[in-house]
Write a protein that binds this ligand. Structure first.
Ligand code: NOJ
Length: 557
């Protein structure tokens, strides 16, 4: 074990913070469970499923934005940071969920969206009704345009979703006037984080929810809040996607860290180990590590691993970069294989298909997703699961275009379908009534839920998978239970063991008593002296098939 890892381990053990190795389950609230019967998920739906989450073995849940919102980006356009979208419930329901989750031993992380608000937020409405030099405009990034009549945008920035990152408004006299910046949709104006109102407001927002008992926050676009001085042109004027982590004047500026240091002080002033996890698409992991220095946030999603191609060398290199990068600051790695912004791992790990070439091998895709899940659960640090990952849901690739909701579809000029394929409502049982159990209302059908479900969605349902020992759901349940009960997996110990080029092998304990083998080709066998704890495929006569992860313990004599 390297010295850096040893130091990380002793520091983390000294503090025993819960987020170091927690398993958090991401709930995309619109698609999780609908108790009100309107075809849209809600807070009561989550309360009803707490038993399922407990049985799955998660330590915490992260709930995507539940605030009042016109839903131009499914809640990432927030109109009021201190209230609940009536479609989802109200503050009373939120309080009940926080308390009931705690009764189940599950912590709650809520999404906070500090980079931008909705254009229906009162402050933005005030801003467009005010004059260019007003205090109201100063809360957002309004600028005069370039060109003789201000007809050109203030700089060359492009929106992540497509098109310009600037929209021009009409002033009170009806004439075209200033432009405002929106790194995402025009309905998501960026805040000006140099403005004291914004800094103070978000401290109040954090307190508002901390006082109600939430355990933490997932910080949306954590690397975007501060823009480079003077809003200079980007080095290239091309459309960049959400996952693009190249250096831009609006990503990963030094100034963001001061904000998180202030937030950390506030979090630490509360009892109960409150935390925050950052969504920062920055590269390499040593750069994302800056967000989790000891006086900043607790976790940061490790997107290096999320975006890695399936393969021996690529996975090994990503795991090394991740562990070494985080060890520099003594923070845990936060592993993630899926979220609501990326193609589901079942499809993604068959990259050829996604890129439009090659054939999609369903069986191999499923094997890889199972193997990747067991690999991730075996790695040292924290993990985040995304709803439906435990059911092995595939990406839905054929949502009719007239049903697509993601603003990317519209803003890319109908060129990119966007992220709806990983956001389809969950199937809970195999009958199409109530959209496979997604809704308590039997009149809601697979076609009428807010995003349509495929006709065969029921075969992935939780109820069906409970019946089958070899299902993906049971793989996750078993793996998480072993992770919780096995001392090796609770440690931060990690060592590569020399292996053939057909596999990766690593140890999670002193003396290699607990090891993990991941195969990429056939020809690997169970090493002598070890017994199988769990494996992602059946192992016959000691031969490990390709695309398989096996956990092994040294046999006791
Ligand atoms: C990142 C979120 O994960 C994504 O869904 C959203 O569209 C953007 N931030 C904008 O808030």
């Amino acid at each position: 074990m390297s010295q850096a890892v040893v130091e990380t381990e002793s520091k983390a053990n000294a503090e025993k913070v819960w987020w170091r190795d927690a398993v958090t389950y991401q709930i995309y609230i619109r698609s999780f469970s609908d108790a009100s019967g309107d075809g849209v998920g809600d807070i009561q739906g989550i309360i009803n499923r707490l038993g399922y989450l407990k049985d799955l073995g998660v330590d915490a849940i992260w709930i995507t934005p539940w605030y009042p919102s016109p839903q131009h980006d499914n809640g990432y356009d927030v109109a009021d940071f201190m209230d609940i979208n009536p479609e989802y419930g109200d503050l009373g329901a939120a309080q009940e969920l926080i308390e009931k989750a705690h009764e189940h031993g599950i912590r709650i992380i809520i999404d906070i969206v500090p980079n931008h608000s909705s254009n229906e937020h009162k402050w933005f409405q005030d801003a467009i009704e005010s004059t260019p030099d007003s205090v109201e405009r100063a809360r957002y990034l309004f600028r005069d345009g370039k060109g003789e009549f201000g007809e050109e945008p203030p700089n060359n920035w492009q929106s992540v979703f497509g098109g310009l990152a600037w929209t021009r408004i009409s002033e009170q006299d009806g004439e075209l006037g200033q432009w405002y910046c929106h790194i995402f949709a025009p309905e998501q104006p960026d805040f000006n984080w140099d403005n004291a109102d914004i800094r103070n407001h978000f401290l109040d927002v954090l307190k508002f929810w901390l006082d109600r008992g939430v355990d933490g926050f997932r910080v949306d676009v954590a690397h975007g809040l501060v823009k480079a001085e003077g809003l200079p042109d980007a080095p290239f004027q091309e459309h960049l996607g959400l996952l693009d982590s190249r250096a831009f004047p609006y990503w990963d500026q030094e100034g963001v860290h001061e904000i998180y240091r202030e937030w950390r002080k506030l979090l630490d002033s509360y009892s109960g180990q409150r935390m925050a996890v950052s969504e920062a698409w920055v590269n390499p992991p040593s750069r994302s590590a800056l967000y989790v220095r000891p006086d900043e946030l607790a976790n940061t999603f490790n997107f290096d691993f999320l975006t890695v191609k399936w393969g021996r060398d690529s996975l090994k290199a990503s795991i090394d970069r991740s562990i070494e990068g985080m060890a520099e600051v003594g923070a845990p790695v936060t592993w993630v294989l899926n979220n609501h912004d990326v193609v589901r791992s079942v499809n993604r790990l068959e990259m050829d298909f996604i890129l439009g070439s090659g054939t999609f091998d369903h069986e191999r895709a499923n094997q890889r997703a199972r193997s990747a899940a067991m690999l991730m659960v075996c790695l040292p640090g924290a993990i985040f699961l995304y709803q439906g990952e435990e059911l092995g849901l595939p990406e839905v690739l054929d949502i009719p275009v007239e049903r697509l909701q993601d603003p990317i579809w519209r803003m890319s000029g109908n060129k990119e379908r966007g992220r709806d394929g990983c956001r389809v409502p969950l199937p809970w049982h195999d009958s199409p009534h109530g959209a496979f159990g997604f809704s308590t209302n039997v009149e809601v059908t697979p076609e009428s839920s807010w995003l349509p479900q495929p006709a065969d969605w029921g075969r992935f349902s939780a109820q069906e998978q409970e019946k089958s020992a070899g299902s993906m759901l049971n793989l996750y349940r078993n793996a998480l239970a072993i992770r919780k009960s096995n001392a090796a997996l609770a440690s931060l110990h990690f060592d590569w063991i020399q292996s053939s080029d057909k596999s990766l092998v690593f140890s999670r304990s002193d003396g290699n008593t607990f090891i993990c083998v991941v195969t990429f080709e056939s020809g690997e066998s169970v090493p002598p002296g070890y017994q199988i704890i769990m494996s992602s495929q059946d192992i016959v006569s000691g031969q490990i098939p390709p695309n398989t992860t096996v956990w092994l313990q040294r046999a006791k004599h």
